[in-house]
Design a protein around this ligand. Sequence first.
Ligand code: T4K
Length: 381
Amino acid sequence: MNIKKIKPFNKPIYITRPLLPKLGNVYKKIRIIWSSKQLTNFGYQHKELEKKLKKFLKVKNISLFCNGTAALESACRVLKLSGEVITTPFTFPATLHALYWNDIKPVFCDIEKDTFNLDPSKIEALITSKTTAIMPVHVFGNPCAVKKIKRIANAHKLKVVYDAAHAFGVKVNGIPIGNFGDISMFSFHATKVFHSIEGGCLTFKNKDLKNKSDLVKNFGIKNEEEIVMPGTNAKMNEIQAAIGILNLEILEGEIKRRRFLTNLYRNRLGKIPGITVMKDIPGVRHNYCYFPILINKNKYGLSRDGVYNGLKKFNVFARKYFYPLCSHFNWYKSLPSSNPKNLSVAEKIAKEVLCLPLFGSLKSEEVEKICDILENPKTLL
Ligand code: T4K
């Protein structure tokens, strides 16, 4: 096969670029905030965003946060989780950090090879008398096996906290994803499909959990004279909330564009031996937050790391989400559940996965060119 001569991109192509509302609309919002002089502590923008998100996510209760990590840490606190929590090693470090800062020991469970999510058939064997909860992650926005996880949690009286950082706007058989488990956490970081620069939220069925969570994020202050619990400061400010409101208005266009680009990638890369692309799951409304591929070194002729480094020469900055596994962190690697033998699927996927650039302002020609580069592994050498 002839190797096509392909020139590097003349500007870096990153894994993502943030959704940006029109600057004129941002100015208008800033003018309103400036004239109100209320910059944080539950002002008008905060209230508006909370109302709009509750409607958009179709959840009973919601509490906004300054970021997703603080939200997840607070979720553990309001549920009083302790002892051991069963979770996945194939996630961003923040999932595990939320447990660490609550003095909770993670128990790592292997993942499914098709969704990269916690494998429900392996959860029960890990439950002990110390287990208080399951913390699954909807990795890359693919929903976890929510029904099976619910059945296991009910049978063993465990709480379920979903790390839904990637899953904003996802639905399972018409049910918006924030309705599963006791609590779900969404991240609104600039790299997410929907964002407020930094930010996040918790969603709950139980109003009491929302009330507690509203207290926890504001130092435990009930009123000027009553501090009812030890809290933290994890509030979303007015500028974050205003950006969230503006981005919510343009989100559908972003998801539509990402779906188009995802299909462009899938049509081209799905035909290349050694490259596996993920498919849409029947009954799921996806948000197309990431475009992960798996690279089988033997069949493709080049390793994942070879592709990652090769793409850099073309000014393409793909990311190895999620490598290394969290079970490899120094402070976790000696746990019995970190034994690679018990995490064989996660170990394999972490070595093969690569997320390619995907964002609304990415051009079709840029996706086509990335596919041209990947079509022949020798191009990457
Ligand atoms: N749980 C899960 C499963 C998560 O994935 C995350 C966060 C969390 C919990 C915690 O939620 P937060 O506390 O963050 O709300 C990024 C994000 O910082 C992080 O939010 C995200 N997951 C993770 C998957 O990705 P990095 O270290 O890879 O980001 P960084 O700075 O290398 O950015 C990636 C690329 O994005 C850059 O190369 C360029 C582009 N970019 C980035 C930023 C920040 C921009 O174009 N503009 C920007 O402002 O972690």
